[in-house]
Design a protein around this ligand. Structure first.
Ligand code: GAR
Length: 204
């Protein structure tokens, strides 16, 4: 029996190690999802290089090429939608997607954040956790809504903060855990029919 794998479009702005983890996982035919395209808001990024190296189609939708945010958001939705994703994964995508994007893929956009939500939302999760002096932080995978790292939580993993951690060492340790959690969560979402009830992601 041939079972279709879930089609995943990944959006990324940076180095793309989370993307790479998904590419590596999907190189195993038994993995229930496949990365079918990678998009970025930056013309050059490690993520785009990683996609090209794996022969995965790429697209760039850069904010500065559009008259305003709404037009950019609609173009991003169109470019992403042209690859017919079952699931969209934001993996270090450093822009907020807007209403047109979220309406096009209702409850099918997930994001990964390097902190234990609802603590430390935004661009500097590891830095903010260190500055606050917490002893445990981690990563959160959530369904994207209109807020900043506020959507219903799908999965979390904890990471201890060590006395001699700086932002880079902490973020690197979080990312090791984050990549595993992302690969596992995408596999689960690809095989389960999940639904959102209030703040909860309910799976069979
Ligand atoms: C990841 O830690 C991701 O959670 C974070 O950017 C990193 C990307 O790493 N995203 C955010 O902080 C968004 N709020 P990568 O490019 O190596 O996958």
């Amino acid at each position: 029996m041939v079972v279709a794998r879930a089609r995943v479009v990944v959006l990324a702005s940076g180095g793309g190690t989370n993307l790479q983890a998904l590419i590596d996982a999907s190189s195993n035919a038994e993995y229930p999802a496949a990365v079918v395209a990678v998009g970025s808001d930056r013309r050059r990024s490690g993520a785009l290089d990683r996609a090209s190296a794996a022969d995965i189609p790429t697209f760039v939708t850069a904010l500065e090429d559009y008259a305003d945010r709404a037009t950019w958001d609609a173009a991003l939705a169109e470019a992403t939608g042209s690859h017919q994703p079952d699931l969209v994964v934001l993996a270090g995508f450093m822009r907020l997607v807007g209403p047109a994007f979220l309406e096009r893929f209702p409850n099918r956009v997930i994001n990964t954040h390097p902190a234990l939500s609802p603590a430390f939302p935004g661009m500097h999760g590891p830095r903010d956790a260190l500055a606050h002096g917490v002893k445990i932080t981690g990563c959160t995978i959530f369904v994207v809504d209109g807020g900043v790292d506020t959507g219903p939580i799908v999965a979390q993993a904890s990471v201890p903060i060590l006395d001699d951690d700086d932002e880079a060492s902490l973020h690197e340790r979080i990312k090791v855990r984050e990549r595993e959690l992302l690969v596992q969560t995408v596999a689960e979402l690809a095989t389960d029919t999940y639904r959102i009830e209030g703040r909860k992601v309910v799976r069979p």
